[in-house]
Structures are given as C-alpha cells and as structure tokens.
Write a protein that binds this ligand. Sequence first.
Ligand SMILES: Cc1cc2nc3c(=O)[nH]c(=O)nc-3n(C[C@H](O)[C@H](O)[C@H](O)COP(=O)(O)OP(=O)(O)OC[C@H]3O[C@@H](n4cnc5c(N)ncnc54)[C@H](O)[C@@H]3O)c2cc1C
Length: 439
Amino acid sequence: MKPAQEPNSSTQALSWAVIGAGATGLSVARRLAEAGRSVTVYEREGFVGGQAGSFEVEPGLYLERFYHHVFHSDHILRGAYHELGLVDDLSWTHPVTATFLDGKMEQLDSPISLLRFRGLPLTTRLRMGATLAALRLIPRGEWLEGRAAAPWLRRWMGRASYDRIWRPLFEGKFGAAAEEVALPWFWARVHDRTSALGYPRGGFRPFYEGLAERVRTSGGSVRLNTVVQSVERTATGYIVHARSAGGDVRASHDAVISTLPPRLTADLAPDLPASWRARYASSPARAAQVLILALDRSLTDTYWLNVNDPDYPFLVVVEHSNMRGPAEYAGRRIVYLGSYRDPADPMLSLSADELVEAFAPHLARINPAFDKTWITDRWTFAVDDAQPIVGKDFKERIPPFETPLPGLYVATIGQVYPHDRGQNYAIGLGERLAAQLLK
Ligand SMILES: Cc1cc2nc3c(=O)[nH]c(=O)nc-3n(C[C@H](O)[C@H](O)[C@H](O)COP(=O)(O)OP(=O)(O)OC[C@H]3O[C@@H](n4cnc5c(N)ncnc54)[C@H](O)[C@@H]3O)c2cc1C
C-alpha cells in the first residue's frame, strides 16, 4: 500500500475507494478508472444508480424506484449519455404539469396556462408571471444569497400566489422549515428548468449500468451488496470495513471518496474532527417516499400533478405512463404518489397495502371514478436524505471536497447548491472532483 498523500499531491498510484454507486460515485469512479487509477466502488444495495436506481417490474422490464425525468438544460447528463453512446435513447416531450387546488385540476406549466388559470385573480397571476420572468433573467443565484424565498415571494408575487401555489409545495417538501428555504434555491429551480422533459427508452438503468461497466472495463470494480461500516485511518491510508453477503470485507486504500451525506460520512469516519462535524454534519434533510401503482386504466390526463390541497397525504401524482405511453409497460398505467417526510415520520414504515388504504380515498377525490379494483400491482420505496433542507444559511454548511483528513474526500449532493438535487448536478459533482484529483 502506498503512503497516504496530501490532497493536492499526485494521485497517479493511489488506490481509491468510492462509497456509493449513485450518479456521483459512478461518475467520479469512471473518470479515475479511465485515467488508469485503481478504483473500488462500494455500494450498499444490489443495484447501481442510487436514488435513480430501478427495480424489475417483470423479467426485463425496469422502472425507477422514484419518478425521474431530465430537463433539456441538463447538459452534463446529456454529455454523459453521449459519451456512453446512449444519447439517442433520450426522447423529449412537453408533458402536461397541473395543479390540484380546491378539488380541481388545472394545467399550470407555462405563461399561457398561468394566464388561463382560474385559481387566482388576474392581477395576482400577472404579478406571479412577472416575478418568475424576473427570476429567470437574474443570471446568478448568489445575488439573492442571504434571503429566504417565502417572504420574498409574498412580497413580489403577492400573498395569494404564495399561499395558494407555492406554500403547499414548500411545506410539502420542507415541512416546518418551509419559511426558511433559501431564495437562491428557488431561483435555480425557476432558472434551470425547461418545459421539455427527457426520459430514456428503457429508463435510466442502462445509463447507470453503462457507467458501472466503464469502471469495470477500465480496471476498477463495483462491489454491490457491500455496506461500508467504517473508514479507519491508518498511518499510511485507510482501511474500509464493510459487510457483504460473502462476509466481512477489510480493504486497504490510500484515499477514500464518500458520496454520502456529511452526517453519514461523519458516522463512518470517527477521525473526522469535531469542528468539521459541528459545521457540516448537522444539516437536516427530509426523506422521500413513493407508492407506485400499476393501474388497468388512466387516473388523470396529466404527467405531473402538484397536490396543493394540504389535507392530502401525498404531494405529487406522477402519471409516468402519460409521458411514456402505457405500451412501454405492457399496457399498465404507472402512477407514482410521492411525498417528502421527516425522517421519524411513522408513514415511512407503512407497507404498500397500508399506503393504498390511506391514499385511496384521496385518489377518488382526484378522479371520482377511481376504484381500488383498478390497481393491478403496487410497490413502495423510501429513502433517507433525499432532500437537503436548504435554509438561508445552507451555503455556510456546504463542505468542500477536501476534509481535514488527508485523502478523505466528500462529494455530496448538497454541494450542488443553489441548484436543486438532480442527476445532472450529481454527475457534474463527480466529474468536477475527478478533474480536480487528476489535475
Ligand atoms: C423522489 C425523488 C425524485 C427525484 N426526481 C428526480 C428527477 O426527476 N430528475 C433528476 O435528475 N433527479 C431526481 N432526483 C434526484 C436524483 O436521483 C439524485 O439527486 C441523484 O441520484 C443523487 O445521486 P448521488 O450519487 O449523489 O446520491 P445517491 O443516489 O443517494 O447515491 C448514494 C449511494 O450510496 C449508497 N450508500 C449509502 N450508504 C452506504 C454505505 N454505508 N455503504 C455503501 N453504499 C452506501 C446508496 O445505496 C446509494 O446508492 C429525485 C430524487 C428523489 C428521491
């Protein structure tokens, strides 16, 4: 084993451990491996892709555990697709986004649909349109740093716009922290997004399998079903302790990249100093949960439905087959019911059947004809740390790639702030860290 190196010294001969085979981990690992470095990726699950990972609906037919699409502006992701020879798999459409408010569903995804929207008075709609247009014109989110989105939106769009359109979404996503969410994060959502949405034929799985294959064909390895338990610092590098189906793993590496949230990295690396923990490892995040239903007919005629009525137990209805067409799912209609929850919320431990019981009366309010007999299959998935709580001081709590321990790096989704978490930015993070390490 080579001696541990200072962060900026040559990385040529080092053996790298990467924790996590999501978009960030696979992106950094493939670049290091392609540059001839020795890389081992450790992944807890039996599949690659992390939050964008898939499950097998039936032999050969895969679906993401959590609803995913990409934006036309996701240039880093499109570049990565191009490099893997998969870019022609991405198809682009303008599926309908609507809002469910006062028991009614209305399209709300463009300036024209905003003008037609009946849920707000005309002057309020005009103010909201003007504010969103102004945000799009602001080139840099830093200009808005230090401000919270909620009071700013109330001031410029008017209280009714905020209370009826944005507040339910902020509260659904961030819970009690809604009032504190940073304005640059909201700016980025408005600024970065396009109405053209992309989804790859066959889902995102071939892309993540392709990245993992790049790691392997470049001499690296991807160890699935291998849960890293701790990262022990030694005089010359690190020992990664992990648990796998085949038994306990104890592997020496010169350097380690953790793609986990800082709080989990802190748990794994006891040598990280208290000052680093205090600053970076206490940022809260919310969990995400989905119930996926396969139906024998359509629930709605929209792709994305924001649920703005606060007494619903889910925040969004994503009728995936309204973007892709049911033919890709052997005639099934695929509907995701998504929510963000505090990590201790007991709803997170409900089974798919229990969620169906809890959600069905609300689905019947969205489509009065809905009946549970429409459901031919159901699945549920939940993931912790899905949405960092991007409060007003979030920027101060973003760790740099380097930690105080030489050779231990973190590449974690909060570092993409003010951009919202997403595959494009996760890939960018991995690419950026690899470029820095290989310099
Ligand atoms: C509900 C939902 C909807 C989303 N929608 C979209 C969308 O439409 N478009 C979009 O681009 N993005 C979307 N995203 C976000 C996107 O999926 C993530 O930002 C991106 O995948 C994050 O990648 P990552 O590699 O940074 O983290 P992760 O995907 O979280 O990867 C971390 C990996 O580390 C592994 N791991 C954790 N602990 C250990 C351990 N101890 N040992 C070994 N491995 C470990 C995990 O299993 C995981 O595979 C969505 C996310 C959610 C939850």
